[in-house]
Design a protein around this ligand. Structure first.
Ligand SMILES: [Zn+2]
Length: 286
């Protein structure tokens, strides 16, 4: 049975109701994942859950081992990942407590974080024009709307480095670029998931307006945390509904994303690389 992965962001460190829970510690060729993977059954489907900042929120966005997290998901048989994330809004009409089902990303990290599995004697250029899975995002959006939540069918997520929030000048710059929401983590996950031929989607819950907004100065930490709590409750409902409605079999381009992406002549790919990447490239390179 194919597994559905859930990556939890700020505020989402556990999911209630998972049956036959197993906690799995995994090693990967890319080092240690954020923490233990939780596997089990939810709504009759096999799920794997991982909080990206670990339980207790101990890992900063720049320090997350994104490669190990996505590789671990792949190793556990995950075919789809729903990433739940808190974000700031860059547009008036995207209000706190709204959901945005992200369809595009812009990368504004400093390139220190590793975002590819292909570096040791192997080169692959995946198509990334449409960085999320349209089947998964469609299911997420319909689930949120069906629950009567305010949701936006698409939106561009700008991924800043952090951990500090933006300056006012940066916030206004991103607005002038037409960006919709801002966060610190999802771009690397989306890219790595595509390389691993895993469907990826981001369910972004807005906690507050970024600093460009006149209301920003009057927003207290208490208000932000209150919104975060409500968002997490709503996110869990959307997750359950999405997991219920996802078709068992995948029928989307994510499944063969690597088919024409590896450009390195097979005879030059080092044995160790072949071995390390077997679960990702094994169906194309023996
Ligand atoms: Zn897909």
């Amino acid at each position: 049975m194919s597994r559905i992965g859930v990556i939890g962001g700020s505020g989402l460190y556990q999911i209630e109701g998972i049956k036959s829970v197993k906690k799995i510690t995994l090693a990967t060729p890319f080092g240690k994942p954020s923490g233990q993977f939780i596997t089990g059954k939810l709504e009759g489907r096999e799920v794997v859950f991982l909080p990206r900042h670990d339980i207790g929120h101990r890992i900063a966005p720049s320090q997350i081992n994104y490669r190990a997290n996505i590789f671990g998901m792949k190793k556990l048989g995950v075919e789809r990942i729903i990433s739940v994330t808190a974000c700031g809004s860059l547009k008036e009409e995207l209000k706190p407590m709204d959901f945005v089902v992200v369809d595009q990303f812009v990368d504004r990290t400093n390139f220190a974080r590793k975002m590819t599995f292909f570096e040791k004697g192997i080169v692959a250029h995946i198509g990334f024009a449409h960085p999320v899975c349209h089947v998964l995002t469609g299911t997420l959006y319909r689930a949120a709307m069906g629950l009567g939540l305010r949701a936006h069918e698409r939106g561009t997520y700008i991924n800043m480095e952090g951990p500090a929030f933006s300056t006012l000048a940066e916030s206004n710059l991103y607005r002038s670029w037409g960006m919709d929401i801002i966060g610190m983590t999802n771009f690397a996950e989306a890219k790595l998931a595509r390389e691993a031929e895993i469907c990826y989607s981001t369910l972004a819950a807005i906690t507050d307006y970024d600093c460009w907004h006149p209301d920003h100065a009057t927003v207290t930490l208490e208000m932000v945390l209150g919104n975060l709590r409500k968002n997490i409750g709503n996110s869990k409902q959307v997750l359950l509904e999405t997991i219920r409605n996802l078709p068992e079999k995948r029928d989307c381009p994510c499944v063969n994303a690597l088919e024409y992406a590896i450009v390195t002549d097979k005879k030059y790919i080092p044995q160790k690389t072949k071995k390390d990447l077997k679960i990702i490239i094994g169906k194309y390179i023996k």
